[in-house]
Ligand binder design. Structure first.
Ligand SMILES: NC(=O)c1ccc[n+]([C@@H]2O[C@H](COP(=O)([O-])OP(=O)(O)OC[C@H]3O[C@@H](n4cnc5c(N)ncnc54)[C@H](O)[C@@H]3O)[C@@H](O)[C@H]2O)c1
Ligand SMILES: N[C@@H](CCC=O)C(=O)O
Length: 543
């Protein structure tokens, strides 16, 4: 029963804690990190009302301290995927029928729990499990996830208000129904916020979800699942399972009730999913929604009028925060010949001041990359640069996996505008720079536009307004998030809706109304107050 239209005004972004030396929040976070590290967590899957322990235990290690064991998760198989789908479908009717304000309040309560009681837990789990420093964890697993929850409640309440016109004698209305079936959320390792947003944005719309996180993000994912339970999310609405990708795909993409996938991860995996879904079209009850935000090869284009210090800071933060493991990370920079040397000199000097090590030491800017597979992949690009006649390593270039997966922040300079490290996503702490003739700005814009298949983020750094206008126009399709005089990372929910096009995904802008529309299937209802009782039109009468 609805007895009013309830208001959910635009929220403000969650304030970011600074964790400065001596602060109470820093002490508290350190204490929780130490407790989490000792606890040897035993992590079940969450299917319906059950905490499922299969006994097939997989150990979790901090990427920066691989000899330590954080705990174990219970890995599932095909039967658990089926159980999760069944639990989701069983929860569907009640969940879809729950009044919006009650659904909304579960997610608003979850946001408050994250902002208070669980803030250090979710940050600590992200720090240890994904090797994020305290600040990077704070902006991700606390603030961005809280923002996703609060802003999506606001955006969905705005969508529900959108209604058609009505001519005299009738009333038209629009029901914003959830999709018919279940939604699959497949989430990446690098952002706890994204992992939390993909299942909850669709669930908020009344959908039921099977959620599969990356194995390397499970340590934080399970904290969020417990927060959702405590906030009152009914059993079966979101089912958290730990299985291999192909096992998941085999069951979900051949299921008649598959209604959509909310994916963030690499372009290759998304392409494979899309193909499999295409092959199964005709076997589903509905045309599934396919939403995927994928890889990037994000650029920084520097104009001859740029400020050197601003450029270097944008490059250092943009390329090396969280070891470059952001889809938005600055990974190729185009430097004009007049200031290229000054930029490179300062960049190299700044990188020498950067410390790398465990997340427990708050003076470390850099930590480890996520796992051995990533370490080996990134090291190959560095080795190739060492051997290439087209490339020189001007900073970093060393790596070591004896204690953790550590790779120095590395800058490659190349004279080949199509060098592999300017084209392919490396997803690690590697920035490739290319110096161009300062008088060939327009040609360089074209180069930026055509060098890589991706179009996620990019920046122009310039003081000359004409250069900014030109780059903004000509690079319209080269990035879904375009920055002027800033790094290309760090989008904030409600401020810079996030997503790219071309090989970077479907650009459904996480944390915006656009994304929520994908999880809704509108029904139009026309009610006529005084229906006609005779089929004959007046013109049928004889003169
Ligand atoms: N555009 C964005 O908004 C955005 C945000 C974050 C990360 N990313 C991208 O994500 C990638 C890094 O994350 P990752 O390493 O976790 O990506 P990934 O593609 O390896 O994995 C993503 C998810 O897909 C699952 N998966 C892997 N193979 C699968 C298969 N065959 N079938 C079904 N599921 C499968 C993984 O287990 C994981 O849960 C980078 O390419 C990065 O650019 C993009
Ligand atoms: N939203 C994040 C990127 C997420 C991708 O990994 C940013 O804008 O840096």
């Amino acid at each position: 029963m609805s007895l009013g239209y309830f208001a959910y005004p635009m929220p403000v972004n969650e304030p970011v804690y600074g964790y400065a030396a001596g602060s109470a929040e820093r002490k508290q976070l350190k204490k929780v990190v130490a407790e989490l590290k000792k606890a040897e967590a035993d992590i079940p899957m969450y299917i319906g009302a059950e905490e499922v322990r299969t006994g097939n235990k997989v150990a979790l290690h901090p990427p920066h301290e691989t000899a330590h064991t954080l705990g174990y998760f219970h890995e599932g198989n095909e039967s658990h995927v089926k159980q999760a789908i069944n639990a989701a479908l069983a929860a569907k009717e009640n969940w879809a029928a729950m009044p919006w304000e009650d659904r909304a309040h579960i997610f608003l309560k979850a946001a408050d729990l994250l902002a208070g009681k669980y803030r250090y837990q979710i940050n600590g789990a992200t720090m240890l499990g994904q090797s994020k420093n305290a600040f990077q964890a704070e902006i991700d697993s606390a603030c961005e996830l809280i923002d996703f929850l609060r802003f999506n409640v606001h955006f969905l309440s705005e969508i529900y208000k959108q209604q058609p016109n009505s001519a005299p004698g009738m009333h038209n209305r629009m029901e914003w129904r959830p999709l018919e079936g279940f939604v699959l959320a497949v989430t990446p390792f690098n952002f706890t916020a994204i992992a939390g947003n993909l299942p909850t944005s669709a669930a908020m719309c009344g959908n039921v979800i099977v959620w599969k996180p990356a194995h390397t993000q499970i340590f934080a994912a399970q904290v969020f699942m417990r927060v959702l339970k405590e906030a009152g999310l009914p059993d079966g609405v979101i089912n958290l399972i730990y299985v291999d990708g192909p096992v998941l795909g085999n069951v979900c993409f051949s299921h008649p009730d598959f209604a959509g996938v909310h994916f963030t991860g690499s372009t290759g995996v998304f392409n494979q999913m899309w193909k499999t879904i295409g092959e199964n079209v005709g076997n589903y009850k509905v045309y599934p929604r396919i939403v995927g935000e994928t890889g990037g090869k994000d650029f920084v284009l520097v104009h001859k009028s740029a400020d050197v210090d601003a450029t270097v800071t944008a490059l250092v933060r943009g390329a090396f925060e969280f070891q470059g493991q952001k889809c938005s990370a600055a990974s190729r920079a185009y430097l004009p010949s007049n200031i290229a040397q000054a930029i490179k000199d300062k960049l190299v000097a700044e990188l020498k001041t950067m410390k790398m090590g465990s997340v427990e030491d708050f003076t470390n800017f850099m930590n480890a990359v996520i796992d051995e597979k990533a370490f080996d992949r990134i090291a190959k690009y560095i080795d190739a640069a060492k051997q290439s006649s087209d490339a020189t390593i001007i900073a970093g270039g060393n790596y070591d996996k004896s204690k953790g997966y550590f790779i120095e922040p590395t800058v490659i300079e190349t004279s080949n505008s199509k060098y592999v490290a300017l084209c392919e996503e490396i997803f690690g702490p590697v920035l490739t720079v290319y110096v161009y003739d300062e008088n060939k700005f327009e040609e360089t814009i074209e180069l930026v536009n055509t060098t890589s298949p991706y179009a996620l983020t990019g920046s122009i750094i310039a003081q000359d307004r004409d250069a900014i206008v030109l780059a903004t126009e000509k690079l319209r399709n080269a990035a879904g998030n375009f920055y002027i005089n800033d790094k290309p990372t760090g989008a904030v929910v409600g401020q810079q809706p996030f997503g790219g096009a071309r090989a970077s995904g479907t650009n459904d802008k996480a944390g915006s109304m656009l994304n929520l529309y994908r999880w809704l299937s509108a029904r139009t209802i026309k009610e006529t107050f005084n229906p006609p009782t005779d089929y004959r039109y007046p013109f049928l009468q004889a003169d």
